[in-house]
Design a protein around this ligand. Sequence first.
Ligand code: NAP
Ligand code: ZN
Length: 349
Amino acid sequence: MIKAKAYAGFDAKSDLKPYAFDRRDVGDTDVHIEIKYCGICHSDIHTVRDEWGGAVYPLVPGHEIVGTVVKVGSQVKKFKAGDLVGVGCMVGSCGSCENCKNHLEQFCTKVATFTYNSPEADGNTTKGGYSDNIVVNEKFVLKVPTNLKLQEVAPLLCAGITTYSPLKHWKIGKNDKVGVIGLGGLGHMAVKLASSMGAHVVVFTTSPNKKDDALKMGAHEVVISKNADEMQKQAGSFNFIIDTVSAPHDLASYMAMLKIDGTLCMVGVSPQPHQIASGALIFGRKSLSGSLIGGIAETQEMLDYCGEHNITCDIELIPVQKVNEAYTRVLKSDVKYRFVIDMQTLKDS
Ligand code: NAP
Ligand code: ZN
C-alpha cells in the first residue's frame, strides 16, 4: 500500500481536517502521481456537506488534479516518470457499454467511477485530490499542456471541460450570442472559452463588482441580474445560455432571454429542484437541457485547445490549511475565480 496525506471531511457540518490513509499499490495499468495542485470545485462543497446525499466519510474531495508522474505500471504506454499530468472527475468506467465506446464515459451505463466518494470494486470509496498522491488507471490520466502555468491548468480538469463540452456539443461559434449565468469557477471558464470560439458573450451576474473582470476575460456585455431594466433589454436575443449557478434561482427569467429554438443548458447542480412552467418552453419551442463534465478524449481535446489558445483559469493559490476559509468564501460568491490548493503545504499539517 502507498501512504497518502490528505484533508478530509468527517461529517456534513465540521471543517475539513488532516487525514492519513493508504492508496492501492501501482497495478500494471496504473500511473502513480505526486499531486502538485488541486482546484476547489463547488461540487466538492456540495458533496462534503452531503447536499446531494450519499456522502461516505472520511471524504477526501478534489477532482481538479495536476502533478508529476512518479512511477508507472509495467503495461503503461502513454506515460513515464516525470511527465506532467492531470486527473479530472472520473477514474474509471466499464469501457464496454455503448456510451463508453462512444467516448462518453461520464454516462457509463454501469456508472462511472468518480474521483472521490465513488464505490470501488474492492469495497473502498475513492479519495480525491486534496492529497499528496494518487494512483489512477492510465486511461483516465490526461497530458497537460507544458506551456501553461501548472496551477492555472488544474481547474481546467473540471471547470474547463464542463463548459467546453456543451459549447462544442451545441456547436457554438461566431454567429452565436451566448449567455453565461454566474461568474464563478465554471462561469469564468465559459466566458473565456465561448469568446475564444468567436461568440458574442453576455454574463449575467449577481455581483456588480465582477463586471470589469468579466470584460477582461472576454465578455462583451455584463448584465446585473437583479436589475430588471438591464434584464429586459436582453429578452429574446440568445441562441444559447449556460447556467452555472449552484443554488436555486428563477429559470423562467432566463428562458425569456432565448430566441426561438434557443437552449438553456444547466451545468450548475442546485441541491433543490427548480420549477418551470410549460409556457416558458412552448412559446418559442425552447429547450431546457443539461450537461455533465465531458468524456476523457474530449477532456484531452480541451486541454490541447487551452494550450494552443493560451487559456488558463484565474486562480487564488492557497495553502491547504486555508481550505475551510476558501469554502466559506465560495459560498458567498467571493471567489476570483477558482481557489487552487498548493499540495506542497500538506507537509506542514
Ligand atoms: P462557484 O465558483 O461557486 O460559482 C457559482 C456562481 O453562481 C457564483 O460565483 C455566483 O456568481 C452565482 N451564484 C451563486 N449563488 C447564487 C444564487 N443564489 N443566485 C444566483 N447566482 C448565484 O461554483 P462552480 O464551482 O463554478 O460550480 C457551479 C455549479 O456547477 C455547482 O453547483 C457545481 O456543483 C456544478 N458543477 C457541475 C458540473 C457538471 O458536470 N454539470 C461540473 C462541475 C460543477 P455571481 O457572483 O456572478 O452571481
Ligand atoms: Zn468539479
